[in-house]
Design a protein around this ligand. Structure first.
Ligand SMILES: [Zn+2]
Length: 412
């Protein structure tokens, strides 16, 4: 099976490279804002909005006179940025349509101008992208038929930016696998997105990869995304939220209070702002790491196929659904459920596990897993309850049990 997947890893840069990357991100942001302004201008004049292709042509014509600094960066940066803008508009129009048809009730979100205040941003490059071990002097000599397992430091070659070192080794599919341009045995690099977060630079490779999948054959597993713990499985496992999270959240709240007291435009405010951004970054990392561990353990990727669950069942926790209950929405955004579902979606696919999403009206918590009665009096704050039949339930465990039973039974 061919999958689209992304590999994201941190770059290890010198100052010159940092400057160049900052210029690329700046150009991408500039092109996006310029294109957005142009689209609005044409729209207001009652004309058809220019597409990314129109805008890129227009931008190229203006480059010499108006934006000579754009010659310092890859032409991909503004071009891909204008493509993103087109995508932002098509998403916007789709949501408007859905809203009219009562299929969507959130904010439709007209595309916004990008501000430097929200970080340096990102840019995408296409073209020849290579990955190689750092000490490969003669690249041609590195071509070997057997994939290397050594963890020598790696570097990546991007159009216009040249070779950049990577902090982590052995994570990206290596040059030693490559047979021709952007092509390895079963791996094709489509593009690279470079982005900055709180002073760190990352590269994310979008690749098409062929993965052999063996169908999992173990017992179905219901997963309830808990509020108290990260997740509860129907096999009795409970995956805790990391302890470091609570500590960092506490620190964040303190830092946010401090920031709100600082005078606008002051030096101390800037310092506080940086501190808050750093904490957000750390928290996001802790969360993502915990979710990675949880989703990997749920699909049991290192176990033989008889022990991996054939089906994983989760609830439909669409954002819209959640917003109906303010408290739940808060708690859930705190544990990153969108990310949980995203990871589970691809990890189940790669490991031959089916993913079943329960209907949004399925009363997973209210249903008694022993007798099937529905407890309409169950509120969110009730962590435990006793059914009329006498069964005593832990809220999350009961929900996980109910979810695991949603799997259609195979006819003999
Ligand atoms: Zn019961």
């Amino acid at each position: 099976m061919i999958f689209l997947r992304a590999y994201k890893t941190e770059l290890d840069l010198n100052n010159k490279q940092r400057t160049s990357l900052t210029k690329h991100a700046g150009t991408a942001r500039y092109a996006y804002n310029w294109g957005l302004a142009r689209k609005i201008e044409e729209f207001k004049a009652g004309r058809k909005m220019p597409t990314a292709i129109d805008l890129h042509r227009e931008l190229n014509a203006l480059k010499k006179t108006d934006f000579p600094w754009m010659y310092e960066v890859s032409k991909c940066a503004p071009q891909e940025s204008l493509r993103n803008l087109d995508k932002a508009f098509s998403n916007f129009f789709r949501r408007v349509k859905e809203k009219k048809a009562y299929k969507f009730s959130g904010k439709v979100g007209f595309p916004k101008f990008k501000s430097k205040k929200r970080g340096l941003g990102s840019f995408r490059l296409t073209g020849t992208i290579r990955i190689a071990p750092i000490n490969a002097v003669v690249l041609g000599a590195m071509r070997s038929t057997t994939p290397s397992t050594s963890l020598s430091p790696q570097r990546i070659k991007l159009p216009r930016l040249g070779w950049l070192r990577l902090k982590e080794s052995g994570y990206l599919p290596d040059r030693r696998f490559f047979t021709s341009d952007n092509q390895t045995d079963g791996i094709k690099i489509l593009s690279a997105t470079v982005s900055e977060h709180a002073g760190h630079w990352f590269v994310s490779l979008q690749v098409e990869q062929e993965i052999e999948v063996e169908k999992a054959q173990g017992e179905p597993c219901g997963v309830d995304l808990g509020i108290k713990s990260l997740a509860v499985c129907s096999d009795g496992r409970e995956i805790e939220n990391p302890k470091a999270l609570r500590k960092s959240l506490k620190k964040l709240r303190r830092a946010q209070r401090e920031l709100s007291r600082r005078k606008k435009g002051g030096k101390k405010r800037e310092k506080s702002r940086r501190k808050v951004a750093k904490l957000h970054y750390r928290i996001a990392n802790i969360r993502k790491d915990a979710i990675h561990k949880a989703t990997s353990s749920i699909v049991a990727k290192n176990k033989p196929q008889e022990q991996r669950p054939s089906v994983v069942v989760i609830e439909d926790l669409s954002v819209e659904n959640l917003l109906k209950n303010h408290n739940l929405a808060r708690a859930i955004s705190d544990v990153g459920f969108g990310e949980f579902r995203r990871q589970l979606t691809y990890k189940t696919m790669w490991n031959g596990v089916s993913l079943l999403v329960a209907d949004r009206f399925f009363p997973s918590s209210k249903l008694c897993s022993a007798c099937g009665a529905i407890n309409d009096k169950l509120t969110l704050s009730m962590r435990e309850w006793t059914c009329g039949c006498g069964a005593r339930h832990d809220r999350d465990r009961n929900a996980a049990q109910n979810l695991s039973r949603l799997v259609p039974i195979k006819s003999e």
